[in-house]
Design a protein around this ligand. Structure first.
Ligand code: SAH
Ligand code: SF4
Length: 342
């Protein structure tokens, strides 16, 4: 059993089965998540007999294997990790003056097939386990020697297609004995899986929710994001409203601007119409080009024009700061192939 698959409470009950007191869970979590140890031998305040017993019971501290990394001039670093079955995933470290963010993956590949995204190109390979999700953050904290202050599920994969493993990972990241990351510092981005949105609204902690919109009209959205056939805009907006009513938390809508595709004057009108009167935030993303797709980034005047029109309509809008695109580490560019130097 992977220890990073266990929430604090699960570890406590596991230990209870062997008549070990609850404070041992605290000690173990402290070693794993605060001291970031990967080795039972280091945990010197745990008696040797306990360490031996736990190892014999099959409790292991596996770690992702860093294969390569590549760093850009602003410090953005993309890591390629190998999983125990040889599959590979990417995670991105984004240092800023007052925060250090990790963009983590939730799946190997992705089954959603969005037309503009590199991750979905080869379909879904498999879901990540909770341990594999948590370890991306622990590993990057150790490698960089920094405290990770924010995490975003915006790497490879669709988070809500791996709901249970993700939520468990969030419980571990959020726990005061775990990485103690405040729920407000955790963001989940979804392509619009309605049951996931509704389920998240019922969870006790208040993480941030971002929804990838990319089109404000069904026909176009369907073309860009096949999931729209399952959950069209009407259902998506209804779920958004019920999420807002339940949690009181505004949703961020992500909109990657694609030249001549979703940045036309009519698209702007549609977007304003769709979001008017909603408590929300719009994040415009200058499209990151992906080889093998016909899509190009919108002209910068189009992007600023979109932002101005939305803001004028009272819809709070920002343009996403570009990071990592030269490393192919930006949104939608993550793939599992070997890293190459830019
Ligand atoms: N699967 C989730 C989260 C991972 S993708 C989702 O789709 O929301 C993270 C963000 O990058 C999403 O908003 C996604 O739509 C966006 N994205 C994908 N490909 C992109 C590209 N080529 N350029 C810019 N953003 C892209
Ligand atoms: Fe999957 Fe998100 Fe890429 Fe769509 S944009 S293919 S949901 S990772």
């Amino acid at each position: 059993m992977q220890i990073k698959d266990l929430t604090f409470e699960e570890l406590q009950s596991f230990l209870k089965e062997f008549q070990l007191p609850g404070y041992r869970a605290q000690q173990i979590f402290d070693w794993i998540y605060q001291k970031k140890s990967f080795d039972w031998q280091e945990m010197t305040n745990l008696p040797q007999s306990i360490r031996r017993e736990l190892t014999e019971k099959g409790l292991v501290i596996a770690a992702l294997k860093p294969v390569t990394s590549v760093t850009g001039s602003d410090g953005t670093t993309k890591y390629l990790f190998e999983l125990s079955d040889g599959e590979r995933i990417e995670s991105v470290f984004l240092p800023e003056q007052h925060r250090n963010t990790v963009c983590f993956s939730t799946q190997v590949g992705c089954g959603m097939g969005c037309a503009f995204c590199a991750t979905g190109k080869n379909g879904l390979i498999r879901n990540l386990t909770t341990a594999e999700i948590v370890d991306q953050i622990v590993r990057i904290a150790t490698i960089t020697g920094t405290r990770i202050t924010n995490v975003v599920a915006m790497g490879q994969g669709e988070p809500f297609a791996n709901y249970e493993a993700l939520l468990k990972a969030i419980r571990i990241l959020n726990h005061s004995q775990g990485l103690a990351l405040g729920a407000r510092r955790i963001t989940i981005s979804t392509c619009g899986i309605v049951p996931g949105i509704l389920k998240l609204a019922e969870e006790p902690f208040q993480v941030n929710l971002a929804i990838s919109l990319h089109a404000a009209e069904d026909q176009l959205r369907e073309r860009l994001m096949p999931i729209n056939k399952v959950y069209p805009l009407k259902a998506l907006m209804a779920a958004s409203k019920s999420y807002l009513a339940k949690t009181g938390r505004r949703i961020t809508y992500e909109y990657a601007l694609i030249d001549g595709v979703n940045d036309r004057p009519q698209d702007q009108v549609n977007l304003v119409q769709l979001l008017s009167g909603m408590l929300c935030h719009v994040n415009l993303i200058p499209l990151n080009p992906v080889t093998g797709t016909p899509f190009q980034r919108s002209r910068s005047d189009r992007i600023s024009g979109f932002a101005a029109a939305l803001n004028e309509a009272g819809i709070e809008t920002t343009i996403r700061k570009e990071r990592g695109s030269t490393l192919a580490a930006a949104c939608g560019q993550l793939q599992s192939k070997r890293l190459e130097r830019p």
